[in-house]
Unconditional design. Structure first.
Length: 405
């Protein structure tokens, strides 16, 4: 007897943790040490959670044994509302906030509540692949719009416009962007808001890296531009800026014309109730995190560890023959371009596998982010500068005589 996989998974991919990671795990099982630069997981690279956050969770542990409200603790939701009010987003209340086991739980939940078979969602290319996979799993069709590398990875507004059809229900905006590190201008975001208003689209704003920006990059919440005209779901959380990815503390805030969206919001409520609640201990971290000292600033400002690691990676990559990369304005990643003619590359997955086997470095290939050419990869610049320098020197040595067979 054969137990078959669901047909719903036929087009669902998440190759950040796919075949290349599986090969790395086999190598580790044979005793080889792998430098894992494939996911944005701060803790293994020495980024510790603020002590006040951990102490708050410990202090409340005795009272977190039961379920919370399915939307989340009132104190956490209040803190999120107050945070957004300070950011100029005034049209949300505690009833509009849903806590989740990370944003990764809330993305599929909010898409499942909306999509019927054949409905379309506009998703950036490259994207964080959970958006494409969750759209597929919810029965919808992801339609990828182009982000322009020559324009610092800004969304191509003309391409977005050309791909809106009567079946389009929403548009995903990832800002600051994973995997490119782009931070979108106010003008670009306003164009997207105008399109959403004209075509009655929902904006899904993935802003998990909102506090991680560099130099003079301005982080603009798209919901602050959408106002009451456009339904906007804003996703964020503690995983990255507060270095607590394992705590799984994320949220979604709903703003805009909520009365018109009442049936959709009722669907979100239903799904939120079905999962009972998000993990309660981590919810106690939200109020302390948002209201306390923002230690992330020590890491992103001049002299900060993240900024130094970004700058080193950018310089060393651009110094390599056959590699070019735009500087990241935000997030934890660079998305370098490979000269595929020089290296005879036809498969970026094979390129990553060859690098892994020879140099013991695990990276993610560009097509894993729904980029349509085998000419990019994503670098996570979380290791300290010494480790990064060694890894990038090994990458340069690997490239010096590489030709894909």
């Amino acid at each position: 007897m054969e137990f078959k996989q669901s047909k719903k998974l036929a087009n669902v991919l998440y190759d950040i943790r796919g075949p290349i990671l599986e090969e790395a795990q086999r190598m580790e099982a044979r005793g080889q040490r792998i430098l894992k630069l494939n996911i944005g997981n701060p803790a293994p690279f020495g980024f510790e959670a603020p002590e006040t956050i951990m102490m708050d969770i410990i202090e409340h542990l005795p009272e977190t044994q039961g379920y919370s409200d399915s939307r989340g603790l009132y104190s956490a939701r209040t803190a999120i509302v107050q945070y957004y009010q300070n950011e100029g987003i005034m049209n949300i209340t505690t009833d509009d906030i849903y806590l989740g086991n990370g944003v990764s739980e809330l993305i599929p939940m909010t898409l499942q509540a909306m999509l019927d078979h054949g409905d379309e969602i506009l998703v950036p290319s490259p994207d964080y692949p959970l958006w494409t996979a969750s759209t597929q799993l919810a029965g919808g069709t992801p339609v990828h719009y182009h982000c322009d590398e020559e324009n610092n990875w800004s969304p191509d507004i003309e391409d977005i416009t050309s791909k809106i059809t009567p079946k389009t229900r929403g548009i995903v905006v990832i800002n600051p962007n994973n995997p490119t590190g782009a931070v979108y201008s106010r003008e670009t975001l306003q164009h997207i808001v105008d399109l959403a208003k004209e075509h009655q689209l929902v904006i899904f704003a993935d802003e998990i890296y909102e506090k991680i920006t560099y130099d003079d990059a301005e982080m603009v919440h798209i919901s602050s531009l959408a106002g009451e005209d456009v339904l906007c779901l804003t996703f964020s959380g503690l995983s990255k800026a507060y270095r607590v990815a394992g705590y799984r503390a994320g949220w979604v805030a709903i703003s805009g014309p909520k009365l018109a969206a009442a049936p959709y919001i009722e669907g979100i409520n239903l799904l939120a109730n079905m999962r009972l609640c998000a993990n309660v201990p981590a919810q106690h971290a939200v109020q302390t995190a948002l209201g306390g000292y923002q230690s992330i600033n020590d890491l992103i400002l001049p002299g900060g560890r993240l900024k130094e690691q970004r700058d080193l990676s950018y310089k060393m990559l651009n110094d390599m023959d056959g590699i070019t990369v735009n500087q990241a304005e935000g997030a934890l990643y660079l998305f370098p371009k490979i000269d595929t003619d020089k290296f005879n590359i036809t498969s970026d997955e094979k390129f990553m596998l060859d690098l892994l086997r020879e140099q013991k470095i695990l990276l993610s290939h560009g097509t894993a982010f729904n980029w349509d050419k085998p000419d990019h990869f994503r670098l996570v610049f979380l290791p300290d500068t010494r480790t990064l320098k060694d890894a990038l020197e090994r990458l340069g040595n690997f490239l010096s005589d590489y030709k894909q067979q």
